[in-house]
Each structure stands twice: as structure tokens, then as C-alpha cells.
Design a protein around this ligand. Structure first.
Ligand SMILES: Cc1cc2nc3c(=O)[nH]c(=O)nc-3n(C[C@H](O)[C@H](O)[C@H](O)COP(=O)(O)O)c2cc1C
Length: 624
């Protein structure tokens, strides 16, 4: 077992001058202003001595070499905290800040290819490449990578030592990309205003320079910047002081958040107490980097009685609604409870609702049209169900109303559902009579007066399954993950990921592949162990967070995994967040409240289902 000491990371034992060792940039970074060219400033045997360098260790036995250790110099210089980077591949340093999705075009791809070759061949690498601090500031990284061999001569780890220096790049070129030769040492870094952007009055336009900032602030802000997304605004703000000032505007950030997340999410976020205090720019950053994500435990008042399991819950604004479940002696329940999380002391309240649907468990409850809940399927006293009920929670006298929809799907339980466009219920898979697993996907448009079920016709479906999750991302795309899936005569827990774009004329299921290896049918990275009955949370911007569920063996189901299906090569990452996750991670019911809090209800303790203690994964700091 290797142990890495990070306490004395920044002491200067490297044999360099003090002056050479550190310079502070913007009061944030601790950097080496290294000499020009040459080898690294210390021999390999200095590896075990504390040195003022970035120091990372990756696990070479896991796919895509996830980081398992970073020292504090790495954290200080790059601005990324350990918990943000553990489990990820180091290549994120080649992207300009946490908002960027792709390697910056000025990063020399021949150096990256050489790194790849050295890793593949298991040899040491030494070289220099452009990296970026979390705030987008460019860094030169003199990188040395050394493989560590285990007893059987396989490479078990790779150590990376980074000497970061300021990369003096003209900020205009940094924005303007492409030309590698433009990576030059210049005397002037980050000119405070684009003073040399002079307009050629005769021709209106000065070739090579841009007169954008001669436009009025209103035009730049409202007509140009407001069309961008948070990631772009973060880049634009680092161009010059004027753009920095312009991009501090909260109204502008609201618009860019809306561009990125859609008006529904933005509207919901507006109703979250405390979101205003945090501000849109901070919210955009926190929800993108997840730097403030934390688990916390809430004790709530009231009671959900009689006690039960296998209920279904869903969020309506800041309220959590729970319906039905399985009581003692497999009694199907049909009562409705509400927990208002915006209250200072939230408590479960039994809601008196007229004409309740027949009792059931293994059903789904989803939110449509603002304050309406839609209930579908499950297992009742008489067996499996395929009925649909609607409840307007904000009605004066809340009443469950059966929707007599045409051409319903087969009765089922343990299926999965989600809501599209706020009005359409999507249902997939589940378990039909005699335990047959299903693989179909149905849609019910609840905005119609007489809703009609429509099976989404597809040429190919993922193997039939139950206990999987369906999540919506990017507006009208759905992502299916995990479940108990059929494989020939057998059933296995799955960690497969499939997506379907429902805005396409002929939607089709696609297997998400991230590794680029021929035949590889799953995203790259550290994939969550196969599971069913888990929780999947869609984050603003399209990422999906997975945790919990029934997982085989010794794996911890509480570990959080994150996937961005919109990436070119989607890659699973482990997300380490502080706080205590729920201890019993199976049989949960979860909902996302206000777009920023994933609330986990219940979870089996062995003999009791806890509903007075709920766990919450808060994604932004204002919650705490
Ligand atoms: C131990 C280790 C440390 C690394 N450190 C860095 C680094 O500091 N900056 C960087 O840009 N890439 C770093 N890399 C390289 C990237 O992780 C990745 O291997 C490289 O970008 C090539 O792979 P790709 O083409 O799949 O991105 C490191 C790799 C390893 C194994």
C-alpha cells in the first residue's frame, strides 16, 4: 500500500531559489516561474521528497487512468479541489476552465499524442503542454509522468509531476484559437482594456482586430452576450476588463442560464428560497462544477402512517408528494402525503384527496403541467394495473381523476417513467404478467383533451428490463440506465446506457459509447457497478447523476457517479462530495426538488422504512 504525504507539499526542498519557486498570481495560485526549457528541476529520486510541484497519482488498472491522489500544490495552482478531480482523467486541465467541454485548440495535439503513446507503451514521459487553471487562466505545464510497476511487472499506477508556470499568451489569441504559433511569450499579459483594438473609420472594419467593444454596452449585453451559454460567458469574461465588467450583470446571467437549462428549470430555480441570494452567475458555476455539492440529513416532522415500502414519490416545486406503497401483509395503499421543504420545519401531512385511485405499489408518480401529478400502473389487490390518474395539488379540493386513455400499454409494475416537455408522460419497460420483462416505450400526451397512448415505434430496443431509470436531458432526449435486464434465459443487473432523441422524426435507441474502442458498448471512465432500483438525477445542462440501488458484492451503492451524455465521448466519473450519504441505499425513492436538491426518501433499514429522516444531496451552496 502506497502512502502519499501531502502535508509538506509546498515546502521548498527542490533545490530551486525561493524566487524561482513561487509567485502568486491574482493572489490565488502558487506557481513556479521556471527557467526557460531544460529538464525538470529535480532528479527522479527527488520524487519521494516534498517538492513545490503539482503531484498526481492515477490508477493504471482502472479504465482511463482516474486520478486517485492530488497534492495541495496541485489544488492551489490549478484551483481545482481534490474532490472535484478524484476519479477523473487529468485531461480536464487541457480544457479552458470547468465550463469547457473540449481540449482547447491551442493545446499541442502532438504532445498529447506523445503522452498517449508513452502511457500505452508504459514508458516515462517528459514534455511541456498548455493547461488551464479552473478560472481559465493559461498555465504552461512541464509534465513528467513515471509508471509504477507492481510485483508482477504490470503498471499499477502512474505518477505525474507538474511544474506550472504562467503561460503568456495574448488573450485575444487565446479566445481566437487555432494558431499554435501564437503561443508566444509576451511582455504584456491580459491588457486591462482592448486598447489596441482601433477602428479603421474609413473602412469601418480593421482587419485582424475586432471593434466589438465599440458597440454600446446594451447591444453587446442584450443582443450578443445574452445568446450565449454560461460556459461561453465564463470564457468571454476573461478576455478583458470591459467584458469582465459587462458579464457581471445578473440579468445577463439569468438569460444565459435560461439558454443552457431551459425556461422551466430556470423558473423552478427562481422559486427556490436562497437562490436569489446566491445569484445566477454563482449558481451557474456551482451547478456546472458541482463544487458545493454536499450530503446532509434532515429530520422531518409528521408521519407517513401506516408504515410502508415500495411507495412512489415525486416533487412538485418545493413539495415532495408520496403516494401509495406496500403496507404490512402486502396491503396496497392509496393515500397521499405531502412534505413542504420550503417550510422552516417541514413535516409530512396526509392530504385529504377525493376519489383516490386503487391502492398499489411498484407504480410511478410524475409531475406534469406545473402542479399536476400523474400516476401510472403498479401492482394492486387485483394484480397489475395500467390505469392513469391525475391530481392537481393546488386545486381547492384536490381530487384524483382517472384519465380514460385509449390504447394503453400492457399492465405492469417496476417500470420506469419520466416527463417530457412538462406535459408528456413516458413509460418504459417493467414487469408484466407472469414475470415477463418488457422493452417497450410509450408516450401519453396529457395536454390533449382526450389523451392517447402512443407506442414509440423503434427498429431496435434495449433488452427488456425492470427497475431501470429514465432521465430527460437536452430538452427532448431520454437516457435509460441500469435495471434488471434480460439476457437470453437469464436476468442480470445492468449498467448499460441507452439514449433516444424524441425530437427526431424517427426516434431510435442508441447505445452510448465513450471509449472509442471497437465493440465497446458503454461509456468510458469508471462506470457504476450494475444495479437496479437506483436513483438517477438529471442536472441542469444535461448531466446525469446515478447512485444507490441494489448492487452486487461489496460495492458501495452510495457512491455517486456522473455522466454527461452530450460529450463527444461520454465518460463516467466518480463524484466525491462531503457529508454522509444514506446508509441504506436500496429501495429508495427520490425526487429532485427545485432543480438543486435530490431528496432521498426511505431506504430499507432491514425491518423499517424511514420516512422521518431524509437524506438530501444539495447541489448548490445556498441550501446549507
Ligand atoms: C499520472 C498522469 C498525470 C497527468 N497529468 C497531466 C497534466 O497535468 N496535464 C495534462 O494536460 N495532462 C496530463 N495527463 C495526461 C492526460 O491524462 C491524458 O493521458 C492525455 O491527455 C492523453 O490522452 P487523451 O488523448 O485520451 O486525452 C496525465 C496523465 C497521467 C497518467
Amino acid at each position: 500500500m502506497m502512502e502519499w504525504d501531502s502535508d509538506s507539499d509546498i515546502s521548498n526542498n527542490s533545490g530551486l531559489d525561493d524566487e524561482e519557486v513561487s509567485s502568486s498570481i491574482n493572489g490565488l495560485g502558487f506557481m513556479l516561474s521556471g527557467g526557460v526549457g531544460g529538464a525538470l528541476p529535480f532528479p527522479v529520486d527527488n520524487l519521494l521528497h516534498p517538492a513545490p510541484c503539482g503531484f498526481v497519482v492515477t490508477d493504471a488498472l482502472e479504465p482511463d487512468h482516474p486520478i486517485i491522489y492530488v497534492n495541495s500544490v496541485f489544488e492551489m495552482v490549478t484551483g481545482y479541489h481534490a474532490e472535484e478531480v478524484l476519479g477523473r482523467n487529468c485531461r480536464f486541465l487541457q480544457c479552458r476552465g470547468p465550463y469547457a467541454k473540449r481540449r482547447h485548440p491551442m493545446v499541442d495535439s502532438t504532445v498529447v499524442a506523445e503522452i498517449r503513446r508513452c502511457i500505452e507503451e508504459g514508458v516515462e514521459f517528459q514534455g511541456e503542454l498548455l493547461n488551464f487553471r479552473k478560472d481559465g487562466f493559461p498555465l504552461m505545464n512541464r509534465l513528467r509522468m513515471t509508471p509504477i510497476f507492481g510485483d508482477d511487472e504490470t503498471i499499477t499506477h502512474i505518477i505525474g509531476i507538474q511544474v506550472f508556470t504562467e503561460a503568456k499568451i495574448d488573450p485575444v489569441l487565446l479566445q481566437g484559437h487555432s494558431v499554435k504559433e501564437s503561443l508566444r511569450l509576451s511582455d504584456k499579459f491580459f491588457s486591462p482594456t482592448p486598447c489596441d483594438l482601433r477602428l479603421d473609420l474609413n473602412r469601418g472594419v480593421n482587419r485582424g482586430f475586432c471593434g466589438l467593444l465599440y458597440l454600446s454596452e446594451e447591444v453587446v449585453s442584450l443582443k450578443i452576450l445574452s445568446l450565449l451559454c454560461p460556459r461561453d460567458i465564463a470564457s468571454v469574461s476573461s478576455v478583458c476588463r470591459k467584458l469582465y465588467e459587462l458579464t457581471k450583470n445578473e440579468d445577463l446571467w439569468r438569460m444565459v442560464c435560461q439558454n443552457e437549462w431551459g425556461s422551466e428549470t430556470t423558473r423552478i430555480l427562481e422559486t427556490v428560497p436562497g437562490a436569489k441570494r446566491l445569484g445566477w452567475s454563482r449558481l451557474a458555476r456551482e451547478l456546472t462544477t458541482l463544487e458545493a455539492a454536499a450530503w446532509r440529513k434532515l429530520t422531518v416532522g409528521g408521519a407517513v402512517e401506516p408504515s410502508r415500502c415500495n411507495f412512489s414519490a415525486c416533487a412538485v416545486g418545493n413539495r415532495v408528494v408520496l403516494f401509495g406503497g406496500e403496507g404490512v401483509n402486502m396491503q396496497p395503499m392509496n393515500d397521499t402525503f405531502v412534505l413542504d421543504l420550503s417550510s422552516s420545519s417541514p413535516e409530512w401531512q396526509h392530504v385529504k384527496v377525493s376519489s383516490p385511485p386503487p391502492g398499489r405499489w411498484g407504480h410511478t408518480l410524475s409531475c406534469v403541467n406545473g402542479s399536476n401529478l400523474v400516476l401510472f400502473g403498479g401492482c394492486g389487490r387485483q394484480g397489475l394495473l395500467n390505469d392513469v390518474f391525475l391530481l392537481d395539488l393546488d386545486a381547492k379540493h384536490p381530487t384524483w381523476r382517472e384519465i380514460s386513455s385509449l390504447a394503453p400499454p400492457l399492465p405492469r409494475s417496476w417500470h420506469s417513467s419520466c416527463t417530457l416537455d412538462g406535459t408528456k408522460l413516458i413509460v418504459s419497460g417493467g414487469c408484466a404478467d407472469s414475470g415477463v420483462l418488457l422493452s417497450d416505450t410509450f408516450q401519453l400526451d396529457l395536454s390533449m383533451e382526450k389523451p392517447i397512448w402512443r407506442e414509440i415505434p423503434v427498429a431496435w430496443s434495449p433488452p427488456s428490463r425492470l427497475g431501470h431509470t429514465l432521465s430527460v436531458y437536452g430538452g427532448r432526449k431520454i437516457l435509460m440506465f441500469g435495471g434488471l435486464a434480460k439476457s437470453g434465459p437469464l436476468r442480470f443487473r445492468s449498467s448499460d446506457v441507452f439514449t433516444m432523441d424524441l425530437s427526431e422524426e424517427e426516434p431510435c435507441w442508441r447505445s452510448v459509447t465513450g471509449s472509442g474502442m471497437p465493440g465497446a458498448g458503454n461509456p468510458g471512465g469508471v462506470a457504476p457497478p450494475p444495479r437496479l432500483d437506483h436513483v438517477a438525477v438529471s442536472l441542469p445542462g444535461g448531466r446525469i447523476l446515478v447512485f444507490g440501488g441494489s448492487v452486487a458484492g461489496l460495492h458501495s451503492a452510495s457512491q455517486l457517479y456522473i455522466l454527461d451524455p452530450t460529450e463527444e465521448k461520454p465518460t463516467w466519473r466518480i463524484l466525491n462530495v462531503p457529508g454522509r450519504p444514506p446508509r441504506f441505499a436500496w429501495g429508495h425513492s427520490t425526487c429532485v426538488v427545485g432543480g438543486t436538491r435530490a431528496v432521498v426518501l426511505g431506504g430499507q433499514t432491514g425491518d423499517e422504512w424511514m420516512l422521518s429522516e431524509i437524506h438530501e444531496l444539495s447541489l448548490a451552496s445556498f441550501i446549507i
